[in-house]
Design a protein around this ligand. Sequence first.
Ligand code: AHR
Length: 634
Amino acid sequence: KIEVDATKPLFPIQPTMYGIFFEDINFGADGGLYAELIKNRSFEFEYPWMGWKHIPEAETRFNTENELTIYNNSKTNPQNPRVVRVDIRNATKTIGLQNEGFDGIGFKKDAKYDFSAFVRSNKGNVNIEVQLLNEKDEIIGTAKASQSSISWGKVEAVLTANQTVQKGKVNVIFSEVGQIDIDLISLFPQDTWKGRKGGLRKDMVQLLADMKPGFVRFPGGCIVEGRTLAERYQWKKTVGKIEDRELLINRWNKEFSHRPAPDYYQTFGLGFYEYFLLSEDIGAEPLPILSCGLACQFNSSETTPLDELDPFVQDALDLVEFANGDINTKWGALRAEMGHPAPFNLKMIGIGNEQWGQEYFDRYELISKAFKVKYPNIKLVSGTGPGAEGELFEQAEKALPKLNAEIVDEHYYKDPKWFRDNANRYDKYDRNRYKIFAGEYAAQSHGVVNPDNKNNWECALSEAAFMTGLERNADVVYMTSYAPLFAHVNRWQWTPDLIWFDNLTSFGTANYYVQKLFANNPGTSTLPIKSNGENLTGQNEIYASSSFDEKTNEVIIKLVNISTEAKSIELDIKGLAKRASGRNIKIVESDLKKYNTIDQPNKITPSESLFTIEKGKSMLSLAPNSFQIFRIKK
Ligand code: AHR
């Protein structure tokens, strides 16, 4: 028998409870969410021709009178110095460039694509032919772009693809005798999220919007810290004009020797302004995480001395001005110039990602003191390091309350059993301490960062069991997010991940549907749900939480059965009308090893049916290996 008391709401569930964690890992941003199709568009990767081929190819090129070179324009454009120079002496011979995209380029039949580039020519005339190619190198779309001026200007053209192609390419062919300079060669689908020029992939943002997340944490993850301090994420370098944003090597470029990605860079076309906009678009609170002056402690012991921490403190304070400041302030004016005069209403900032030890506590203390003076209403998020148990974790648990930590980020990448065993984790937490942000977690089928990890139903169901514990303890747990969020099916560095994509489509894993069901059905306050007077944390392999939604006047019950047997239970809800009705949303899958794939993305998805209950009592049969939600009008 499971008893729910709908007459006794316990504590509020924060609107931020279920959110998303975004990091540019697994080609999540460049080559993923950020819809740019050209790789190395400004020739600033370590090797300038990465991603590009010469037309004709090198061996034959020397037989022509035409030439492609790269020169450095660091004086006038220090953030983006390299420029391609095309010398054309004989216009009857073809010369051009071919881009391979991130893993090839996806084109959709009849879709339109915006081409652009910055060009100049000593003769005053630039004529370019842009060609979209399929896998067989056949032209499937073409357009001409031109400009007549000797100074830098932008050429643009719109192309339509006449085929759907997963791994296409783009040719940029030059004609006209003379010397042409070209930079920032770009190609975007027109059909982006909200139709924004140079925007984000619509299918991928849609999956996020469908979750109705309470917050978006960005930009990571380890990329916040950098392998070295010089390679840390600096938000100020990611705002303003795209052409002025300085590229940075991605921290995940060489992380795993079995999957090196030497062509993994951050162009920051998706920068802090775009993250704020994305959060606003999908109705989520922005949660930026900033460097605290320590490089990634897994990679380096590089530490900024406390008396040299000012620039880090200032970056954090200036971010509040950028997000919320009046348009007459320096950073508020930049936000307005970029297109958003209204404030973004930033309420919280994370200081450091997954960092540990006294060196972290000292830096957190210094930065938090500055916030108390200038922005006492901004909530600060601190962290407990990489594990949610063990020595480093205990150190953090002792140190952070002394620093008046407000919200503390805990991470756990563990096997599925750990998640089931820890459904009671927060039942034991001190109610008088800081609040918890379960900021990165995922059940891993084959061990942490093992390439064989799969987003299988056992992992997802174990996370659902664990999440009932998060929800039941909503007085302590204020925010939660699965990690990582995105992965390209051919270009990932870390698995499992919540959403997978290729060049044309994306799909939600079983874990995604679990997250989505929690985030779509949170309720506004918790309700007691007990069996024999106890919380359900795995007795008889059942896990449960319950809440009340004051906006819809519904009682919400979440039940997880992780066993091979159906479970008969008597549900007894106090406080319902004589006859109450509602919906039963569930995922039932007997095979724990099953998972969704890009070719079969709907193997594990939720289904919904109507449900009625008389006098608050009902006999239920909980299917084996199932996650069920009941939403019942009170
Ligand atoms: O989510 C992948 C990585 O795991 C994050 O970058 C880091 O914070 C954690 O170690």
